[in-house]
Ligand binder design. Structure first.
Ligand code: E4P
Length: 217
């Protein structure tokens, strides 16, 4: 499973990249707004940092405006993939963008029916939001299970990005269910490697090592 960082913050992206495990970046309007920079400039900076796909989201809602905005965004760098909302207008735009060879990431996906249709329209990626489903008492991971089953059954090549990840268990469940990508906020990426028994083990090894006298070392 590939690991993307869900962030528009350069420092976080640099830190995640330095771990040697980063495959790409997803941004969204909320994440870019937090940075208080010109979004286009921020996206260019992000693309310079990372050797992999970077998702940039359109603001437009109707198909022809989505395509126009997507064409502008895709000029920023060859890493850019276009995040398009999972709507009827988004479908139309996806079909056109796909025919132009532009990669798309269909975002705000909350149902298997949306996931099946966006794949038929040619989406490169679909982003089901597990955390936001959990927030309203629906099991987000059930959606991943359903999409994986449908895509495998019909040999659909659209990649599943598990999005709206809130904790390490979401990441592990995504991998167990055969998701193609998990997009993870930096704070959760750090937690993926934390384990209290690792910390206790290191402490104990170092204490035992110190009991040797200098000659024995
Ligand atoms: C995915 O591409 C989105 O940017 C993101 O995962 C949304 O997460 P949130 O529900 O925590 O805002």
């Amino acid at each position: 499973m590939k690991l993307f960082i869900d962030s528009a913050n350069i420092e976080e992206i640099k830190k995640a990249n330095s771990l040697g495990v980063l495959d790409g970046v997803t941004t969204n309007p909320t994440l870019l707004a937090k940075e208080k920079q010109k979004p286009v400039e921020q996206l260019k900076k992000i693309c310079r940092e990372v050797n992999g796909p970077v998702s940039a989201e359109v603001i437009a809602l109707n198909a022809s405006d989505i395509v126009k905005e997507a064409l502008q965004l895709s000029k920023l760098s060859e890493n850019i993939g276009i995040k398009v909302p999972s709507t009827v207008e988004g479908l139309k735009a996806t079909k056109e963008l796909t025919s132009l060879g532009i990669k798309t990431n269909l975002t705000l996906c909350f149902s298997a029916s949306q996931a099946l249709l966006v794949a038929k329209a040619g989406a490169s990626y679909v982003s089901p939001f597990v955390g936001r489903l959990d927030d309203i008492s629906f099991e987000g991971m059930d959606l991943i299970k359903d999409i994986r089953l449908i895509y495998t059954q019909y040999d659909i090549k659209t990649q599943i990005i598990v999005a709206s990840i809130r904790h390490p268990l979401h990441f592990v469940d995504a991998a167990k269910l055969g998701a193609d990508v998990a997009t993870v906020p930096y704070a959760v990426i750090e937690k993926l490697m934390q384990h209290p028994l690792t910390d206790i083990g290191i402490k104990r090894f170092l204490e035992d090592w110190r009991t040797l006298d200098t000659k024995q070392k």
